[in-house]
Design a protein around this ligand. Sequence first.
Ligand code: ZN
Length: 338
Amino acid sequence: MLDTTLAGSLPKPDWLAEPEKLWAPWRFEGEELVKAQERAAVEWIQHQEDAGIDIVTNGEVFRAHFVHGFLEHISGIDWNKKTAMGIRDNRYTVQVPTVTGPVSRPNPVHLDEVRFTRAQTGHKLKFTLPGPMTICDTIADDHYGRRADMAMAFADILNAEARELEAAGVDVIQFDEPAFNVFMKDVKDWGIDALHRAREGLTCKTAVHICYGYGIDENLRWKDTLGSEWRQYEEIFPALNASRIDQVSLECADSRVPLSLMGLLKDKDLMVGSVAVTADKVETPEEVAATIRAAMTYVAPERLYPCSNCGMVPIPYDVALGKVKSLAAGAALVRDSL
Ligand code: ZN
């Protein structure tokens, strides 16, 4: 009950990559890089276990970015053909690579790191993959013509990958779909269909992480335009509740998402974001406990997974570590009082 977990990435140590930066370049290459990533993963798993996190992750320390870390291993993409794209409906302009032919996965992408990570811990293990819609909003298309068609092609690839990761011992596979919070009509038209294709045949738990993004300036400015109540989720939660995805995330720490929206997900497990991803403060265990208790007005503790709001890769390592500890300690406070 109240099993704790993390929504996404954790900061890379400064000896592995430049800290507090998205798309940070690595400080190593080749086999040395793999060894350094393994060392960083071991450290984060140890930190999570010491803190008392129940469902651990490797912190995504093996990938430079949550979407492109996957796409780097996919064929059909021209990395030299960069296209300027206003991603997340023009929230950021990024030079993205371009799909120039049918996409395929010549080899497993994350299998080696999952085997390594699985061997490091007896805890339940979560692994995150980018969702098909978010992939399509982070790469340019010069081949498929329709975004929905490209999403289905990526969903097939994700499904093959996810089946191998499940066989390697992953307990929860989470698809990261921040784009679900931007293209709400597309979610209902084809986004959930693409997720279903990505999860087909899996027997492990499946999750979808939707969010208002990292605690970086572009997002903070965008959030300021969203008004006093953030109701974007209201439009897609009924469709997600009817979906075959087991768990859905939402941000509850330092956010303006009305908690009552959880009432739209009566048939799902909820990952309740209880620590924010901004670097300005570390929540106390009591603050985390208060967030969890507020969420329990709408969701029974058996379905409630205290979690981080989103990925923490752009914030300082020590701040993220403090948040991981408070998350586990806050959940323990609530558990003890039940
Ligand atoms: Zn997120």
